[in-house]
Design a protein around this ligand. Structure first.
Ligand SMILES: Cc1cc2nc3c(=O)[nH]c(=O)nc-3n(C[C@H](O)[C@H](O)[C@H](O)COP(=O)(O)O)c2cc1C
Length: 230
């Protein structure tokens, strides 16, 4: 597929058909994703591809409490209750309606995670991360730069193959239980999880994001970047 088209139409898929993901397809995607950049080219990614139904159920059980706590904490649970009690909610506020739809989808996904035919646990070799900002008085962000380009490559590869995917991090807090379940060693940490499979919906959405003018500057922060196409 055309690259820009793939980038603009790779949504978070939260509803999957039960058909398995072909092993050759998964291999092609990982074989392309490995060309991601990483600090010092250390390539710290390790992937555990889980298609075993019992393990997928166990992962769902580990994810659900963290999702539920997040949902409560961020007001999503209240929004879902309000939408259930008032079917008109969001009629006059499209952004509220969109948010309610997204939260409903994410909640369904959490309850049905085991129905995703393939769950990729993306781990990282901690010793191979280039953590160059640990001396600053804020949480480190640089280390993630050695793993998330790989994750995005996997997501785009799956999109290229016509498969839906959802990347999420709320299973990471259950790292110790996931480690025990899947047997990965102490030197690995969880970077995130990708649920993948064929989508129930045939159509691919066009994603909605803020325009370039809202996040890009020229030379000094806040100075507008030219848009020659405008
Ligand atoms: C770092 C990160 C963490 C995320 N964690 C979760 C999660 O725990 N559960 C979930 O359902 N979606 C999760 N998502 C998916 C986001 O909700 C999604 O990328 C965002 O809403 C945009 O969706 P769209 O690409 O379909 O427009 C996560 C995405 C990222 C990049």
């Amino acid at each position: 597929m055309e690259l820009y088209e793939a980038i603009r139409s790779a949504p978070t898929t939260r509803y999957f058909r039960p058909d398995p993901v072909e092993p050759a397809l998964l291999h092609r995607v990982l074989d392309a994703a490995r060309f991601a950049p990483s600090g010092g080219n250390r390539q710290p990614w390790r992937v555990i591809a889980v298609d075993d139904p019992g393990l997928r159920r166990s992962l769902r059980e580990l994810y659900l409490p963290h999702w539920s706590a997040y949902l409560e904490h961020t007001g999503g649970a209240a929004l879902l209750r309000a939408a259930r009690d008032d079917p008109e909610l969001g009629t006059h506020d499209p952004s509220l309606a969109r948010r309610a739809g997204m939260v409903r989808g994410a909640d369904h996904f959490a309850r049905h995670l085991h129905e995703a035919p393939l769950i990729l646990i993306v781990c990282v070799v901690m010793a191979d991360l280039a953590v160059v900002d640990s001396g600053l008085d804020r949480p480190s962000i640089s280390g993630g730069g050695s793993i998330y380009p790989f994750v995005q490559n996997v997501l785009l590869g799956l999109r290229n193959e016509g498969l839906g995917a959802a990347f999420f991090t709320l299973l990471n807090p259950a790292e110790e239980q996931v480690r025990e379940l899947l047997g990965f060693p102490a030197e690995l940490a969880m970077a995130g999880t990708i649920a993948a499979g064929h989508r129930t919906e045939a159509a691919w959405p066009k994603l909605s994001r803020r325009p370039v003018a809202e996040f890009a500057s020229a030379n000094r922060y806040g100075a507008p970047l030219a848009d020659p196409g405008a």
